[in-house]
Write a protein that binds this ligand. Sequence first.
Ligand code: ZN
Length: 153
Amino acid sequence: MLPSRNQLELYQQVIMDHNRKPRNFGKMECCSHQAEGLNPLCGDHLWVYLNIDEGGFIQGVGFEGNGCAISKASASIMTTLVKGKTVGEAKDLFESFSAMLKGTMASEDELERLGKLKVFSGVSRYPSRIKCAVLPWHALQGAMNQKNVVSTE
Ligand code: ZN
């Protein structure tokens, strides 16, 4: 289901807010996992830092780097969502988020589970922007899998 025009405007405001005031921004010391993410198509370049405990819980998460509003807002929102989750839960969230962007979401329930990530639902209309939105998640996945550099290309 496509968001209404009013919803899209609201979503746009949330994206701009996270772009202006990114949450959990800055290099994180003492991280257990990290990865660098590149989206050569747009020029987005960021690093994601994680502290994962022995139980597989993401205790700390941060990011830094430069990119367009979509990639920065996506990274910012991602950090607020995955903190306290397990690695498996974060991967599930990424799966659902990609499905929403690709327009292959299974159900309305799955969409509801995305919570704040719904603000990116308008991005699915712009294929070149999808890579900006998923870049931080690719970097997150890279960090969780101990892969140090990931690229959308
Ligand atoms: Zn971008």
